[in-house]
Design a protein around this ligand. Sequence first.
Ligand code: XMP
Length: 504
Amino acid sequence: KILILDFGSQVTQLIARRIREAQVYCEIHPFNHIPEIDESVKGIILSGSPCSVRDEDSPRVDLSLFGSLPILGICYGAQLLAHQGGGSVQASGHREYGRAHMTSVKESPLLKGLSATGQVWMSHGDTIMELPSEYELIGSTETVRVAAFAHISKPIFGIQFHPEVTHSTEGSILIKNFIVGICGCAQTWTSDSFVDRTVSELQAKLGNDKVVLGLSGGVDSSVAAVLLHRAIGKNLYCIFVDNGLLRKDEFEQVLASYETLGLNVKGVNSKQRFYDALKGLTDPEDKRKAIGKTFIEVFDEEAHLIEGVSWLGQGTIYPDKIESVSLKGPSATIKSHHNVGGLPDFMKLKVVEPLDALFKDEVRLVGKTLGVPKDILGRHPFPGPGLGIRILGDITPAKVDILQKVDAIFINGLKEDGLYDQVWQAGAILLPIQSVGVMGDERTYEQVVALRAVSSVDGMTADWCHLPYEFLGRISNEIINKVKGVNRVVYDISSKPPATIEWE
Ligand code: XMP
């Protein structure tokens, strides 16, 4: 495997994704929290950073830890190699940002197969002015002389640009040159090999133990369930709770898919319990907490009905596990995400998370290998508190009914017009205001709904989707004609940041 040491760059995860795409396993670790370097480690990558090596308190790493392993420094990582080796790094007059073209000035295994003037992506404020004496220059761009360099006798390389972003058109070749050509990693990280290995590991770990797992209808919990089921069969007990805040008919449809997959799944209708817990609550955080607490109670009661269960299965994925580098203190809590705020004390279950090494796109590939249907794998993300945070203000079954109908028209319309897969997440929001309308000769005074559709990679940032006007017009008509109680439809054109994807 390859270890990526994170110095706090925004795009460190992209380095890992590119390596995984080349079918090599890699892990991200904070620069100040390096795991033991055992035989499985074949190479080291030093990431970029918002810091400058010229600052005294900027993040450093002791390179002697890595013995004779190959090292690739990217941007800040490259400047660190130059600076720690005795070269000179200075503030460039202007920030280098955007496309540039690199010409190789010396043959190097790192640059093998790259075109003569390939496009690369620059984003840096510092520039390497002079290389240490044991390094030599291997590539330059129009404005950056030291764009790529190599050690004269050791497999150590530095590059000023970012090969991990797609704007560096041949970045994947460069990364492959490093991890396969230079580090000698075998390209065996495939979903088939992952499934085979994980199934044996789970069998060895779990033996004849029983596992309980909460299904949500989403990709991660579904794939985790199918993988565990492949390993331990009937010893996996799945629970799918209807909290009364799911999409229209979703409970029945998803339950039916799970049964087709052969999962041992119990559907629990707890709608009323959630509505009771939510009664009169209007504050978003209070609603989230009430939904989370009720879910834990229901799940816990159900888990207790399974005799002798000793494990809790979870669909946690790698991005939730990556320890983040904190250079500027903890970030503020904007919303108390992730409904399940820990387990109740009396449920002393051990946790098994079979997907905790995978990125989302890898989870989908594994799901495909396992035969999970496309309608589950391609599903948009849906928040744990469901429609509960898309009905602004207090929640009643009547409002849920209205929003489910609106949402279904929007989502089905996206599917019918082939737009669903182009959108990262979509849904409707019931606003707590009424507006005047006219229907036939009658004045109406009814509710407003907002439609939201965004494009995103991971939900951290998002842009509103430019859906065709004709489509929006048709959906608006259909909603107002068919859903009693709604007489106005608006479309949300805010991006995140500064807005968020959900309204609450
Ligand atoms: P925001 O609204 O913060 O949402 O831009 C980013 C992503 O997270 C989802 N989300 C939640 N998921 N529990 C969840 O499980 C929550 O409380 C929650 N709030 C937001 C949201 O749907 C989007 O995908």
